[in-house]
Design a protein around this ligand. Structure first.
Ligand SMILES: Nc1ncnc2c1ncn2[C@@H]1O[C@H](COP(=O)(O)OP(=O)(O)O)[C@@H](O)[C@H]1O
Ligand SMILES: [Mg+2]
Length: 226
């Protein structure tokens, strides 16, 4: 067995202090495997984005233990966490977060600014654009594309540095059913064919039904699968 992408032991996160303190995550223990799509579901305010920020090594203010491929995230300083994010993790968001004044290709190669990449960024961008089914669109601006196409550009950017982990927060939240289905198919393929750990926060049954595993949160705590 290979080492899991993530192991969480009794992870809690509290925001605020004193009377205003609110526990956003409550003793979450969980293993996330490479090569699988894990859906994180739950009502609004249940802690999904908080959990994703911790998995993304963006939020170090938790208690408990989080290991990424066997490395305890608490053992890393901010610099080492930033390096780990750039090398190992791709992020995909509901609202795409593309830069309107840059071409599709330049959006996709933005990660080259943060991590050394082998080869020419422009040709790597073409490679990942072809992988997400958008060849020939590299000179367009994002506003020339449909929502589903924009999300594919965002996924291409997330794949640019060949991350072993893809973290997605409501990736189909702004898309119609047909585009959502295409995005899910892409994410599933990245898990199956490339062995990436794909973690998707979602309200979309189209997404959770195609995931290998569903992790449900309520008031910050895991709800055991029925
Ligand atoms: N930076 C923050 N400061 C204060 N409270 C926060 C912060 N982030 C999240 N919370 C609170 O933590 C709880 C969980 O939020 P969140 O993880 O965003 O839920 P979800 O993504 O499931 O909607 C909510 O009550 C939210 O208000
Ligand atoms: Mg959220």
């Amino acid at each position: 067995m290979s080492v899991p992408a993530y192991e969480l032991q009794a992870v809690s996160r509290t925001f605020g202090v004193g009377d205003a303190a609110r526990r956003a995550l409550d003793a979450v223990s969980l293993t996330i495997e490479a090569g699988e799509v894990t859906a994180i579901t739950g009502p609004s305010g249940s802690g999904k984005s908080t959990l994703l920020a911790i998995l993304g090594a963006l939020d170090a203010g938790y208690v408990g233990r989080v290991s990424l491929q066997g490395v305890d995230l608490a053992s890393l300083d901010e610099r080492a966490r930033a390096r780990l994010r750039a090398q190992k993790i791709g992020f995909v968001f509901q609202s795409f977060h593309l830069l309107a004044h840059l071409s599709v290709r330049d959006n996709v190669s933005v990660p080259a600014l943060f991590a050394r990449s082998a080869g020419d960024p422009a040709s790597r961008a073409e490679e990942v654009l072809a992988r997400v089914g958008l060849p020939g669109r590299s000179r367009d601006r994002p506003d020339a594309l449909s929502g589903g196409q924009r999300q594919r550009v965002a996924i291409a950017r997330a794949l640019f540095a060949s991350p072993e982990i893809l973290l997605c927060d409501e990736p189909t939240g702004n898309l119609d059913r047909a585009s959502s289905a295409e995005i899910v198919a892409l994410l599933v393929r990245e898990a199956r064919e490339r062995g990436r750990a794909v973690v998707v926060v979602t309200h979309d049954p189209e997404v959770s039904s195609r995931a290998d595993r569903e992790v449900s949160l309520r008031d910050g705590a895991l709800v055991e699968a029925a």
